[in-house]
Each structure stands twice: as structure tokens, then as C-alpha cells.
Ligand binder design. Structure first.
Ligand SMILES: Cc1cc2nc3c(=O)[nH]c(=O)nc-3n(C[C@H](O)[C@H](O)[C@H](O)COP(=O)(O)OP(=O)(O)OC[C@H]3O[C@@H](n4cnc5c(N)ncnc54)[C@H](O)[C@@H]3O)c2cc1C
Length: 392
């Protein structure tokens, strides 16, 4: 028997250090996360405060960033870590993505030296949590339409508005909030603001009744005349390109991550099909089953080859936004197709939490939607291929 990684000789493309990082994260995930994940998912919770310091100790928070206590690893190594975390659950990888690729990246890219010193070392260690508030109830795919405003008042800023679907929102120590900054007569421009938890007028409410990413905390944020000091603004941020630059980092992690979920579905399904007997022989020995398994292995292997290729481009500083879109679209679309196909092989058992496949499939509904929906990435690629903007 070979694994998909062996079939496609993926290890041959990785350095010894990259394989070691991947195996360390896999061992941590197997021992610390996997035994609890079905219970967390069922309960609709994730012990972010408890797990974050352990992830921090492994260097997984802001892993690709340099300095300020961050591990400064390669993009490919970061991707491989995401793959191992998401093989357990997309909720775990989401927590790490939001902390490192969104909140910490925003501070690292656009913050002042004081802001970096204040937040990044604690966030890298997992003793402080961050969230990233861009989406609003009426503006997801089109964040430029956001209504949240920060108005200059003397030296201060006064923030009003709301954000929705914010991962880690109700457990975060600091929210990176994107708002149109209105400063005198100047044209309003999107800028990032650091809003510490407990600031008067700022409330975060956990959202419930989710059928996807249940092992992840999602919140609604409200800002009602929140008075912030002058130094709350991320000084280097300016324009929608600032939050979008952070989203590119998180999308990159998903290219690898979603394939981790798919791999977990496929491997658990192969185990199941080898032991489950139907009509007096193992399910795995039927041609229809093998056809499904072979097709899924092909898509997973091709996705992994693309992910490593894109990782190498990113490590050389050569990756484009369109290439990240291509990877995010491919990985999420194929991963959800694999998860659903695996569920068919598991029959009725596939609908329970005793097996990971429907949990992954449900999670992947969110992964397909956040960080740019599949359709948004099709439009990005369509524009690149035709030079015609079809967003509006
Ligand atoms: C579990 C979860 C966690 C999240 N975490 C965060 C977070 O931490 N921070 C944050 O800021 N956001 C977060 N989000 C929000 C996420 O980024 C948005 O849901 C996403 O951007 C899509 O926005 P929307 O849900 O408003 O859908 P809409 O924008 O309303 O889209 C609805 C449908 O319309 C399609 N569509 C949109 N525009 C076009 C077009 N031009 N042409 C054709 N079709 C189009 C979309 O593809 C989609 O199919 C999270 C979401 C989820 C589900």
C-alpha cells in the first residue's frame, strides 16, 4: 500500500527541515488535538486560550514572520504546518491563520515599532490572541463597501460600526479593525485600528448555531462611539490593499491546509473500505470504490504538487495574487469534493462524528467561502485571463 504522498513522491520535493517541521506538527496534533476534536466540534467550542500557548511554543503563531519572537520560517514550512493542523480540523488551522496570517501580519506589515513591541511577542507566544475584523453584515465579498467609520476628534479617533463572522472575536485581547478613516476634509481611506478588548463601547458576541467550523470561535463585533487614542491606527495602512495583503497570506495557508482535511478524509476512508465488508468482500476490493479512490488520490496529489510549487514561488518572493487565488480555489474545491465522495463510501457511518469526513466536509463549506469565495477567485482568474473585470 502507498499513501498519496508516496505515490506523488512529495517528500522528494521537501527539505529535511521542512519534513521535520511537518512531522513535529503532525505528532503534536495527533497527541494534543485529535483525541478531543470530535467533542469540541460537537460542543461547538475550541479552547483557544489553552491551546494557543502550546502552538506558540511550537513556533506556529506568526510562523512566517521575522523578529518579535516569531519563528521566521519559510512559506512552504508554514504551509506544511497548516496542512497538519487542518488534517485534524479546519477550525484549528483557522485559529492559527487568523492569529498569524491576519492579525499579526497586519501589525507586522503596517504597525509602528511600539505597536509591534506591544503585541507581537505576546501573540507569537500565544499569551495574547488577536482577531481581524473586515467583513460586515452587508459586506463580505465587497469589503470596500464597509460602513464602519473612524472619525478624527482632536487627537483621538471615534469608531462606529459592526463586523460579523470574526474568528477568535470574542476571545481576542486585541481586534484589528478595518474602517474608513475620516480625517477632516481628506477623502476617507480604509485603515486598520487596534482595539483592545474591554475598550468602552466595544462588544464582542459569540455566534452560535453554526453547522460548520464548530470547533472555532466566531463572533460579531460592535463599535458604539469607541474612543481610541491617536496611536491606535496602524500608521502604514492605507487603502483596501492593506487588509487584502493580509488576506493573501491567509489564503496561502489554506492552499496547503484544505488538502490536509482532504488527506484525512481519504486515508480514513481507505482504512474503512478495507475493513468494511459488503456482499461478502471488502468494499475496497470493488472496482467502483477503487475508481473513486483513484480519482480522489489524483486530485489530492495534483493539489499537493501545486501547493509545494506555489510555496517555492512564495519563498522566492515571486508569487502573484492570481497564483494564490488559483491555489486557494483548487485546494478548497477539490478538498470539499473529496470529503463528500469519501462520505459516500462510508455509507451511514459517514454521517457520524465517529469518522472525520462529514465534519471535514462541513468545515470546508466555510473554507470555500472565507478568504474570498470560490466565485471571487474565479473572477480574479477570469480577469487575469481576459483583462475584463466581471466583479461588477
Ligand atoms: C466560519 C467563518 C469565519 C470567518 N472569519 C472571518 C474573519 O475572521 N474575519 C473576517 O473579516 N471575515 C471572516 N469571515 C467572513 C468571510 O470572509 C465572508 O463570509 C466571505 O468574504 C463572503 O462574504 P459573505 O458571506 O458576505 O458572502 P457574499 O459576499 O454575500 O456572497 C454570497 C454569494 O455571492 C457570490 N458573489 C459575491 N460577489 C459576486 C460577484 N461579483 N459575482 C458573482 N457572485 C458573487 C459569492 O461568491 C457567494 O457565493 C468568516 C466567515 C466564516 C463562515
Amino acid at each position: 500500500m502507498v499513501t498519496v504522498e508516496e505515490l506523488f513522491a512529495i517528500d522528494a520535493l521537501l527539505s529535511g527541515e521542512e519534513r521535520e517541521i511537518r512531522d513535529t506538527v503532525a505528532a503534536f496534533a495527533a497527541q494534543r488535538l485529535r483525541p478531543h476534536i470530535a467533542d469540541w466540534f460537537e460542543a461547538g467550542t475550541f479552547p483557544a486560550r489553552e491551546i494557543a500557548p502550546e502552538l506558540g511554543k511550537l513556533g506556529l503563531l506568526g510562523m512566517h514572520l521575522e523578529g518579535y519572537g516569531c519563528a521566521g520560517m519559510s512559506a512552504t514550512a508554514y504551509g506544511l504546518a497548516c496542512q497538519e493542523l487542518e488534517a485534524v480540523d479546519s477550525g484549528v488551522r483557522s485559529m492559527v491563520s487568523v492569529q498569524g496570517s491576519l492579525a499579526m501580519t497586519a501589525i507586522h506589515k503596517f504597525g509602528s515599532e511600539e505597536q509591534k513591541q506591544r503585541w507581537l511577542p505576546e501573540m507569537a507566544a500565544g499569551s495574547a490572541l488577536g482577531c481581524f475584523g473586515l467583513t460586515e453584515p452587508d459586506f463580505g465579498s465587497n469589503p470596500g463597501g464597509m460602513r464602519t467609520r473612524a472619525k478624527r476628534d482632536g487627537d483621538d479617533w471615534v469608531l462606529n460600526g459592526s463586523k460579523m463572522w470574526i474568528t477568535n472575536g470574542s476571545v481576542a485581547d486585541v481586534a484589528v479593525v478595518w474602517a474608513y478613516a475620516e480625517d477632516g476634509d481628506a477623502k476617507p481611506v480604509v485603515r486598520g485600528f487596534l482595539v483592545p478588548a474591554g475598550t468602552p463601547g466595544f462588544t464582542a458576541r459569540e455566534m452560535h448555531r453554526k453547522l460548520s467550523l464548530r470547533a472555532s470561535i466566531t463572533a460579531e463585533l460592535d463599535f458604539d462611539d469607541v474612543r481610541l487614542p491617536a496611536d491606535a491606527v496602524l500608521p502604514e495602512s492605507g487603502g483596501l490593499s492593506s487588509p487584502l495583503a493580509c488576506l493573501s497570506e491567509a489564503r496561502f495557508g489554506i492552499i496547503f491546509g484544505a488538502l490536509g482535511a482532504a488527506r484525512d478524509c481519504l486515508s480514513s476512508t481507505i482504512d474503512y473500505a478495507r475493513s468494511r465488508e459488503v456482499f461478502d468482500k471488502p468494499l475496497a476490493a470493488y472496482q467502483l470504490t477503487q475508481g473513486k479512490l483513484a480519482d480522489m488520490a489524483l486530485e489530492l496529489g495534483k493539489g499537493q504538487l501545486l501547493a509545494v510549487h506555489l510555496g517555492r514561488l512564495k519563498d522566492r518572493g515571486e508569487i502573484s495574487a492570481e497564483q494564490i487565488s488559483a491555489g486557494k480555489l483548487n485546494s478548497t474545491r477539490e478538498a470539499i469534493a473529496i470529503a463528500r465522495e469519501c462520505r459516500t463510501i462510508l455509507g451511514a457511518n459517514g454521517i457520524t462524528l465517529d469518522y472525520p469526513v462529514l465534519r471535514h466536509a462541513n468545515n470546508l463549506e466555510s473554507v470555500l467561502t472565507y478568504e474570498g469565495t470560490a466565485e471571487v477567485h474565479q473572477l480574479v482568474l477570469g480577469k487575469a485571463l481576459t483583462d475584463a473585470n466581471a466583479f461588477r
